[in-house]
Ligand binder design. Structure first.
Ligand SMILES: *[C@@H]1O[C@H](CO)[C@@H](O)[C@H](O)[C@H]1NC(C)=O
Ligand SMILES: *[C@@H]1O[C@H](CO)[C@@H](O)[C@H](O)[C@H]1NC(C)=O
Ligand SMILES: *[C@@H]1O[C@H](CO)[C@@H](O)[C@H](O)[C@H]1NC(C)=O
Ligand SMILES: *[C@@H]1O[C@H](CO)[C@@H](O)[C@H](O)[C@H]1NC(C)=O
Length: 469
């Protein structure tokens, strides 16, 4: 297996091993600038999903830290729509490296999810991160085309990595990936139902703080503001009394009454930009200060509750270094814009945000695929309030009984969140102290949750020692 601590010449040997393994030698990432030495391999490159249009998706694949030949394969997608899975998931949440404070190197994330699984991150759809199309009209996109491209991607990616074709496959993601992941799972399961040959070996899906259904997810955001003292009682009550969210539309204007629109506009103003709505407990980072520090080669790190809240800016700096792009085999067509976390070229169909995802989840569960919905409880954007309710309503639709009663789950002797399970197939779990990007603020708890999920285990509902006596 490729192990990098020798450096230099032995890398050539490792390259040969990679080829023997049936993995694409040209996609092997030998060493990222400023990267700590590790004992697992990374691959990155492109998969053309439409050669005629010149549409190509960029991926980053990290092998599991141990037993990569037998551990499962997990796909991770960030949301947006239009945000980068590699910038988000891979390099600030659950991947093996975080940016170093100077934006010019990397540091290890010791709680990387590659301790439990091989990890695949994809920039989806084209126009996100380093994924692109030579046909500019391809940047006008929506849910259906995004899922179809991802299906083609998965088929063609397995041609590059044939050994992983039959591996247990988990589909995961967060936020708008509450659309992407179930829609993709649905397509892959439809393929399985039709195919007499290759079938995707889907063993479960897990979505964090997912957008599932606007009529619940939107009011929950305002309820969260209100319950956290972020808006006044007057405005909170006005929203609850004046707003009918049943016909709320994702596209603005949101198809609500004038009085409702005024109240939600006022609420958004009071909450202000000085709070991180994705984690209302963490302090905010000041971009102008960080940009200056990075230019001057200073450390930009700002710690708040154990989290570097300036990490996203360090990452943006790092990803725009030409050597980093080269080492990742990224940006092969010299895109005419800088790398950014969320796309500036994509013109995503906002109306697709209105799609109700519950019927799709229902179909997936009826095909006996386990579904986990998890939720960082400090997120106001898609808070636990709506996800918990939607999961319960889905369980009701499926006529599922409670198989694990709602209660605390534990990690390292502390409450790591609360969880419940329905019909042995549908799990809802919060992660205590976690952001919208769950692994970002709670790496250790989130790794515990993820490894339980991929191992088909329930979260531990007790701990030692006992608090009594
Ligand atoms: C896109 O255009 C570039 C430059 O013209 C070309 O090299 C490439 O083959 C085209 N197709 C894809 C899929 O990149
Ligand atoms: C807007 O709301 C009204 C009811 O308040 C509803 O009849 C209509 O279908 C909604 N429009 C859209 C585009 O959802
Ligand atoms: C791609 O490379 C060009 C230089 O060749 C650079 O100007 C541009 O910022 C890069 N874009 C991205 C998205 O990495
Ligand atoms: C803990 O989980 C076990 C196994 O699922 C279950 O039998 C037990 O009732 C649970 N205990 C509590 C307090 O929820």
């Amino acid at each position: 297996m490729g192990r990098w601590w020798f450096g230099g010449f032995l890398i050539a040997v490792a390259l040969a091993v990679a080829a023997v393994n049936g993995y694409p030698e040209e996609d092997l990432v030998v060493n990222l600038p400023g990267q700590p030495k590790v004992g697992f391999r990374q691959f990155a490159g492109y998969v053309d999903v439409d050669e005629k249009a010149g549409r190509s998706l960029f991926y980053y694949f990290v092998e599991a830290e141990k037993d990569a030949e037998t551990t499962p394969l997990t796909l991770w997608l960030n949301g947006g729509p239009g945000c980068s899975s590699i910038g988000g998931g891979a390099f600030t949440e659950l991947g093996p490296f975080y940016p170093a404070g100077d934006g010019r190197a990397l540091r290890r994330n010791s709680m990387s999810w590659n301790r439990a699984s091989n990890l695949l991150f994809v920039e989806s759809p084209a126009g996100v991160g380093w994924s692109y199309s030579n046909t500019s009209s391809d940047y006008t996109r929506g849910d259906a085309a995004t899922a179809m491209d991802m299906q083609i991607f998965m088929m063609k990616w397995f041609e590059k990595f044939p050994e992983l074709k039959s591996r247990d496959l988990f589909l995961t993601g967060e936020s708008y990936a509450g659309h992407y992941v179930p829609q993709l799972a649905d397509l892959l399961l439809d393929h399985n139902a039709r195919s007499t040959r290759f079938k995707f070996n889907i063993k479960g899906i897990a979505i964090g703080n997912p957008l599932l259904k606007l009529d619940r997810d939107i009011p929950a955001a305002y309820e969260f503001f209100w319950s956290h003292g972020m808006i006044s009682d007057e405005i909170g009550l006005t929203i609850m009394n004046e707003c009918d969210f049943d016909d709320y539309t994702n596209a603005s204007p949101h198809n609500v009454s004038h009085s409702c629109n005024d109240a939600i506009t006022e609420a958004n103003g009071i909450v202000s930009n000085y709070i991180n709505q994705y984690d209302v407990i963490l302090d905010v980072c000041y971009p102008s200060i960080v940009e200056q520090e990075l230019r001057l080669r200073k450390m930009a790190t700002k710690m708040s509750l154990g989290v570097d809240v300036c990490m996203t800016l360090e990452r943006r700096f790092y990803f725009n270094l030409p050597d980093v792009q080269k080492a990742l085999h990224a940006n092969r067509t010299n895109l005419p814009y800088k790398w950014s976390m969320c796309s500036g070229v994509l013109n995503y169909n906002e109306a697709d945000g209105d799609i109700n995802i519950l019927p799709i989840l229902k179909k997936i569960i009826q095909r006996r695929v386990p579904v986990w919905v998890f939720s960082g409880d400090q997120d106001s954007v898609i808070p636990l309030l709506s996800s918990r309710t939607l999961v319960r309503e889905l369980a009701h639709e499926l006529k599922f009984k409670i198989t694990v009663p709602y209660g605390a789950w534990f990690h390292k002797g502390q409450v790591a969140g609360w969880a419940t399970e329905y019909g042995n197939l549908l799990t809802f779990a919060t992660v205590r102290g976690a952001a919208h990007m769950v692994p970002y603020a709670q790496p250790s708890r989130s790794l515990h949750l993820f490894s339980s999920f991929v191992h088909g285990r329930r979260l531990p509902n007790n701990t030692r020692p006992s608090i009594d006596d």
